[in-house]
Design a protein around this ligand. Structure first.
Ligand code: PNS
Length: 176
């Protein structure tokens, strides 16, 4: 039997902490799917396609990792793809309550097991949202995200600062 697992998340964008978890999961399972949640309600910096491309570039050297996207319930995606386990990183106790709730819900819904990988302590304080916030205000996030993601993040920030100048241009004078 093929042992398949899924690593689900938003990955907006993927961090070195995520990559570490995926690689460790790939060493334990025959096939690991990194599944990007399509969430129309949550605003994101990167499109799902951009996030998939960044993940693909970073994980191209791991033959048993595939990248996909999903919407709806994770357990339905697992059923459709014959996946029996969810693998997630656990950073600190702050992750625990919510992760336990989701793990128990997913097990109750479909009998799917969730396995937790303790994150590398180097990345235990790391999150995609913190990376975006620090980078937005000019902080150095190299070393926390892959180089390709860093380049994409810098490009995204440059693009959005072009679109939204810090000082609003004067409004045109009303017609005489
Ligand atoms: O990176 P995130 O946003 O913390 O990931 C959360 C994710 C995608 C793992 C979770 O929101 C999820 O599984 N969503 C899919 C919808 C679903 O199955 N919800 C019930 C979970 S018990």
């Amino acid at each position: 039997m093929m042992r398949r697992a899924v690593c689900p998340g938003s990955f907006d964008p993927v961090t070195n902490g995520h990559i570490d978890v995926f690689r460790r999961a790939a060493a334990l399972f025959d096939e690991v799917t990194v599944a990007v949640l399509i969430n129309k309600k949550k605003s994101s910096m990167f499109t799902v396609e951009e996030r998939i491309a960044l993940l693909g570039a970073e994980l191209a050297d791991v033959p048993n990792i595939r990248i996909d996207s999903f919407h709806g319930l994770l357990v339905d995606y697992c059923r459709q793809h014959d996946i029996h386990a969810i693998v997630k990183g656990l950073r600190a106790v702050t992750d625990f309550d919510y992760e336990l709730q989701m793990a128990q819900m997913n097990h109750g819904l479909a009998g799917i097991e969730t396995l937790f990988v303790t994150t590398n302590p180097l990345y235990s304080y790391l999150s995609s949202s913190l990376v975006k916030e620090v980078a937005t205000y000019g902080g150095d996030v190299r070393g926390l995200i892959p180089d390709g993601v860093h380049a994409a993040l810098m490009a995204k920030l440059a693009e959005s600062s072009d679109a939204a100048p810090a000082v609003a241009p004067p409004s045109p004078a009303p017609p005489a």
